[in-house]
Each structure stands twice: as structure tokens, then as C-alpha cells.
Design a protein around this ligand. Structure first.
Ligand code: XIL
Length: 365
């Protein structure tokens, strides 16, 4: 109750509140890393406000797009490392834990990967050779610098069975183990992750638990499961989040929250599906703050298992949810507003941190 009152009284904050204590990275120090997904404008310092917020608030980064297959390996034999190199250099300059995203996915992967020059699907050996070349080249280039890789992204369907992608159809079920082995060969010290969304739903979670168990039985070096957490105001419940994290903890892997955001808009195709073009009403601003506080309370209950929480974007202006699942809406899913100011949800998140009171005591910076 008190929390809700305090949130309700939060005044609009000046932009410099994004750069002074308390910060996200400071608040959760000792509990978990706090990261953000970056676009090229941010890590190239073109978006100076965005870059400044990243440096002040976060201690881990994930590339939103530039390491995906289509971006870094657009044509056979042609790699384009320019953006990836800038991303990694930005992370090193700023002392960040640098994540790679991702190596194997069904989206943002060019068609040529799965076809020969006549458009016919390639055979298993050809696709295996392409996968090995891709993983060796990309992971090898950033060996020792990118500390953790999303090796396989979104391989499961909602019912928990393996998604029918060209990877599965051409390579068979062991393509996941193979991808992890290639990544481990290319950088034996890198952490390796399986990353997916909606694992909080029971059937998909069961499939993921079985998948991780199979990988472990085969001796595959998997470090953690990434829970994307593209959340809504009413999904998943804290109880679902808790039991999902527990299910993976029991398998002995770590859990990372890898793509956190909270969609506040009505279902995309409903009438009036873009209702907040000018501003988010206060009632929803407060609902978002309470929602973020309950999510972080869940992550904190699992400190030790949850070792990183990464937001999918920095400010509301950057979020992919302005353009997904339909283009051109105005969404408010993150902790920093379009102007770079921390929102009520930022204060609510910081207030969940165990160190919050101690850190702020006697400080006026
Ligand atoms: C999204 C990016 O944010 C967009 O810019 C891009 O157009 C599409 O991909 N799950 C993932 C991410 O694993 O890679 C996706 O990122 C969001 C959903």
C-alpha cells in the first residue's frame, strides 16, 4: 500500500535523473547484472542521450539486430563485421558484460542458408557445413570478448514440441546440440544459452525442460536458459514466473531474463488499438510501475539463479513494440520515456532492490 502511494506521488524527473544515483546497475549490484539491448545509433554514440543512459544505468549489453545472421552474414561467403565490431568495442570501452544474440534462429536468417543456387533445399551435410562455418567465424572473431551467446533462439512451439523450421527439417532434432558444440569449440570460455519466449506457459515450459535435460544428458555445455519476458500487464503472473525459474534451477542451469519489456497496449488488431498517441494515462503509468515492481520482486526471490536481467531497449522511443505486432503504434514498455527521463516504473524497480535504502541514505547526488 505504501509502495503504491509513493509511486502515485512520484514527480516528473529531470533528464539528469537518468544519470545520477540511484541507478539500475548500482541498485542490483551483488544480485544480478542489469542490461539493455542496443541499436546501432546507441553503440555508435550517434544517439548521445541513449548512449549516456546506457553508460550510467547498465552493466551488460545485447545487440538488438547487428549480430543476427542476415546482418552479419548476408550472402554466401560474405561477412560484414563493421557494426558488430563497433558494438563489441562500445561494450569494452564501458566495461560491460557483452552478450551475443544470436547464432541459430528461424527469423532474420537469409533464405540462401537453406537453399542451393536453384532454390532447392540443401542436404544435411551442406547445411551443417554452413552452420559450422557461420558459428566458427562469428564466435571466433569475438572470442574472449563476447562473454555469452544466445546459441539457439525460439526453437519451441507453444505446445512444447520443436518448431518446424528449416533447421529442424534439414538437420533433424540434434541440430540444437550440434550448434552448442560448434559454439563451444569456437570459444570454450563463452557462456552458452538457450533463449525463448513464453516459457512461463506450462506446455512450452515442459518442452523446454525436456529439451534442456536432453542437452545435459548428451553432455552439451549449456550455461543458462534465457527467458525473454516480452510481458504484458497481466501475463505472466508472478507465480508463473517463480515456478518457471524454479523449474530450470532444478536442472542446474542458470536463468537470465533476456528481453524484458511490458506491452501496455490493447491487442494489436482490436478497434482503437493505438489509444495513447500523445501520452500514457497516469493510471496506466502506475499500473506499469506496480507490474515492474512485482516482476523484479520475483527475479530477486531467485537471486543466485537469475544472474542477469536485460531490457529489450533503452527508452520507449527505441522499442520494437512501437512496430510489433503492427507497425506505427505508440507503446510505453520500458523504464525510460521518449525524452530519456526515468518513469514511475524506474523508481518502482529501484525500490525493490535490497540495497536501495542503504545506498540512498545520506546521499544527495
Ligand atoms: C526484434 C528487434 O527488436 C527488431 O528491431 C527486429 O526488427 C526484429 O527482431 N525475440 C528476439 C529478438 O529474440 O531478436 C527480437 O528482436 C524480438 C523477439
Amino acid at each position: 500500500m505504501l509502495g503504491a502511494l509513493v509511486i502515485g506521488c512520484a514527480q516528473p524527473q529531470p533528464p539528469d535523473a537518468a544519470f545520477t544515483a540511484p541507478t539500475l546497475r548500482g541498485a542490483f549490484e551483488g544480485a544480478f547484472l542489469v542490461g539493455a539491448a542496443l541499436n546501432a545509433a546507441q553503440f555508435s554514440d550517434q544517439d548521445t542521450l541513449g548512449a549516456a543512459i546506457v553508460k550510467a544505468q547498465f552493466n551488460s549489453i545485447t545487440p538488438e539486430n547487428v549480430l543476427k545472421w542476415a546482418a552479419i552474414h548476408p550472402r554466401p561467403g560474405t561477412y560484414d563485421f563493421a557494426a558488430g565490431d563497433r558494438y563489441v568495442a562500445f561494450g569494452e570501452r564501458n566495461g560491460m558484460f557483452i552478450v551475443g544474440h544470436n547464432l541459430v534462429w528461424h527469423n532474420q536468417t537469409p533464405r540462401w542458408v537453406f537453399e542451393d543456387s536453384t532454390g532447392t533445399p540443401v542436404n544435411r551435410d551442406t547445411l551443417l557445413a554452413r552452420l559450422r562455418d557461420h558459428i566458427r567465424t562469428v564466435v571466433g572473431r569475438y572470442r574472449g570478448r563476447i562473454k555469452g551467446w544466445d546459441v539457439v533462439n525460439e526453437a519451441l512451439d507453444d505446445d512444447g514440441t520443436l518448431r518446424r523450421t528449416p533447421w529442424l527439417t534439414i538437420l533433424g532434432e540434434d541440430y540444437l546440440a550440434t550448434a552448442f558444440r560448434f559454439a563451444h569449440e569456437a570459444d570454450p570460455d563463452a557462456e552458452l544459452y538457450y533463449n525463448d519466449y513464453a516459457l512461463e506457459n506450462a506446455p512450452k515450459r515442459r518442452g523446454a525442460v525436456e529439451l534442456v535435460r536432453r542437452l545435459e544428458d548428451q553432455g552439451v555445455p549449456i550455461t543458462a536458459v534465457g527467458l525473454q519476458n516480452h510481458d504484458r500487464l497481466d501475463w505472466p503472473s508472478p507465480a508463473q514466473e517463480d515456478s518457471t525459474i524454479d523449474a530450470f534451477a532444478r536442472l542446474g542451469v542458470r536463468v537470465m531474463i533476456t528481453e524484458l519489456d511490458v506491452d501496455v497496449l490493447p491487442p494489436a488488431r482490436a478497434p482503437g488499438a493505438n489509444p495513447f498517441v500523445d501520452r500514457l494515462p497516469d493510471s496506466l503509468q502506475q499500473a506499469l510501475a506496480r507490474r515492474y515492481a512485482e516482476l523484479f520482486a520475483s527475479y530477486l526471490r531467485h537471486r543466485g539463479t537469475v544472474t542477469r536481467v536485460t531490457f529489450w531497449g533503452v527508452t520507449d522511443r527505441d522499442s520494437w513494440l512501437n512496430n510489433w505486432p503492427v507497425r506505427g503504434r505508440t507503446n510505453y514498455p520500458l523504464l525510460f520515456g521518449r525524452d530519456g527521463r526515468p518513469k514511475a516504473a524506474f523508481a518502482a524497480v529501484v525500490r525493490t532492490a535490497p540495497a536501495h535504502e542503504r545506498r540512498d541514505e545520506g546521499r544527495d547526488d
